[in-house]
Design a binder for this molecule. Sequence first.
Ligand code: PMP
Length: 285
Amino acid sequence: MNDVVSINGELFPLIEAKIPLLDRGLLYGDGIFEGVRFYDKKPLLHIPHFERFCKSAEYIRLSPPSLESYNHEIKKTIEASGYADGYLRIILTRGVGKMGITPTGYGKPNFYVIVTNIALYDKSLYENGIELVVSKSRRIHKDSFSGQVKSLAYLPNIICLWEALESGATEALMLDCDGYVSEASVANIFALMGNTLLTPSLEANCLEGVTRNQIIKLSSKLGFNVEEKLFKLDELLEADEVFLTGTGAGVVPVASINGTKFKIDRSKKIREVYESSIKDNCQAL
Ligand code: PMP
């Protein structure tokens, strides 16, 4: 079993793979991506990820591959890796041209499919909860760039994460430019208040996470009402429990935010229910 990548259809061991220096994904972050988990060689929540991939591509004026060729490359690359379970990083960049920011005059985009594994957080954090701090830097404003686009330019999120790490926490909580709770660096946030599951509405420019949507879908089975709205930090700090969701992260209980502590028992139950739903949401290619 090996980490592999398909570069425009050609397979390479990941460690040996090379991309051109002039790829605009490298020069300007001019590209988009998806991160997808797969189990038993079948991608989890495949179509929602593909749809978001297409929307991201269209926002930056790139033509996404057809579903057929997207599936073909993913299937081929998973097969070549030999992994049954793993993580896909699917990337589309504007490709290679001459130096300069002008985005016109490019030929075919570069399409990369990486098959590897990912573990965002240490196992103990799933048992004991993760510590968050609110970063000073804010989630990029929706009028600057849509939060629904998974662009390759993650520096704003990385800076927020740096701030959290420098203050001894493990994750950052980003507020939007008006001070409303938005999301963590690569995960959405939920708060449990009695029988209500509260999560920021997309107005806070948080990504419409595929895992977030899955938790919302599971909420009635879990016996919760869901409320999507704008809310501030003081309301969040009143919650009984808080947890994060994401493809890489899964469902992660939050132990504290800026030192305010939360229980984690029900969040751990939610994680179990989410994990038991995985099998039913994987799609053979
Ligand atoms: N927000 C951001 C900024 C992310 O990068 C991610 C990871 N894709 C998420 C939220 C969670 O989204 P998903 O559940 O689709 O992985």
